[in-house]
Design a binder for this molecule. Sequence first.
Ligand code: G6P
Ligand code: ZN
Length: 574
Amino acid sequence: MSNPEQIKHAIEIRTTKPFTDQKPGTSGLRKPTKTFKANQYFENFIQAYFDDLTETMNGKPPTLVVGGDGRHFVRESAQIIIQMAAANNIKKLLVARDAKMSTPAVSCVIRKYGTDGGIVLTASHNPGGIDNDFGVKFNIANGGPAPEAVTNSVYDKSRQLTNIRLCPTLTNIDLLTLGKHTYEIEGRSIPFEIEIIDSVDDYVQFMKEIFDFDKIRNLLNGEKGKFPIMINALSGVMGPYVLRIFHQELNAKNAVTVKNCENLEDFGGHHPDPNLTYAHELVEDMEHGDYEFGAAFDGDGDRNMILGKGGFFVTPCDSLAVLAANLNVIPYFQKHGIHGYARSMPTSGAVDRVAAKNQKLLYEVPTGWKFFGNLMDSKLISICGEESFGTGSDHIREKDGMWAVLAWLSLLANIDRSVEKILHAHWNTYGRNFFTRYDYEEIDGPGPFSMLKKLEQMCMSNELVNKSFNTPYGNKQYTIKIMDDFHYQDPVDGSYTEKQGIRIIFTDGSRLVFRLSGTGARGATVRLYVDSYENNPSTYTKDAQEMLRPLVSLGLEIAQLEEFTGRDKPTVIT
Ligand code: G6P
Ligand code: ZN
């Protein structure tokens, strides 16, 4: 019998028609799954990426990591990438077993093995399945999402593409068995290598270096009394990581109740976004009061939601601030020191207060994890986060849901066993930034764009600055100090990004931000972010929605949101 690996595989050059809409958004290219599967849409995008890579690598054959969040089309698309990589002079692919790997694990593996980048097959928190979404994200050699210079260049290439290259005989590669394979490809001077790697191993190893697992194990196993927790993976890619870390490494089966830890192609119908609306099952489980701590992840494992006993909600903005204030309990930071902090612009200013107290630099970047990469590479920041349920540190270059959970458990093991008490102590020290976000999802038609245009015009004309407004609800008065369209110059490479959201900053420091989502795959999604600071302790335990209603009502009035969008209420409030 001939060894199939000794066959020389021929390269086919197939003609294709370019698409004009393959422009990556906030985090890669996301479209309905059916769009990716039709008319070589996926193949075209991958070819544009390989063409760009060949150019930037000056012909040096790259090594790449490939993994995805397990949604429908991930396995199939990994097989397509293999066929195309062989024909595009890729030296080696490190492919996750069954093509499943969390986004943070991809980042970890890229860095650990020094690869030239990676391809992440995910639409993150968007629902999966044939009738939902699929996505592709490129990461670079630092392990982080490709910056705009790269994604723009791939986009330019995608619009001119005439051919795709592939090895059609390289079919049905066994992605389930760990190991290395080498293939001879016609016309290539070097063979093509594939290594199927355990997608959980390297990541778990790294977490054990970062955190004190013994301490967390003792907490969960009741050294100082029972500490039951609940983790819900929403049927995303995190299931195997949760089971491995909590049930095996931490040996805490009795304390850690898990739900939805089987990774399903359609995420079991879940909308795998860990927020109060879509992770409602976790909220309900926590409300019974049986668990001290609860957490959920999104489809690809980079987002997290943290809840305390009884369903006490920790906003991602507060989570970032509290972790920043207490990093010293985590061995990784004891070893590497703590540089500055960063947050995305719409994220509340809670972490700014920690920075001020600790005399650390605070960077405010546009929405999107890619903007943190340079700051971490240059050791300007150690921790960063976003209101969109993303928290992470410079251990990798992606936000990291499991990292956030282990960081919180470290605080609970070292500082106080109650999430709520940790938050109250924090507010008592720093004051409280009340924060909320209203989402108006999937709006058809031009309304949202016209609304943003109008707000942009108001910024340009400065017509509202120094004007005072009575809020339609609650009759409070606010005066606008600054109104602008956020722009950012990267302090490391000088790159400039504009039109990143309308900011209205009031004289008391409260803020309203309007922007359009860059991650949706259908229609337009308007986000309204509201951030207001209080340092009167009697307000700290108040309900954020109640506290912020006056400001929300003013925001809706200034933007004439209902008139432009036809929506009288948001689809999601976080
Ligand atoms: C992804 C990115 C985040 C970003 C978020 C914003 O999750 O990884 O860095 O904050 O999208 O999404 P949006 O829909 O608001 O553009
Ligand atoms: Zn995600």
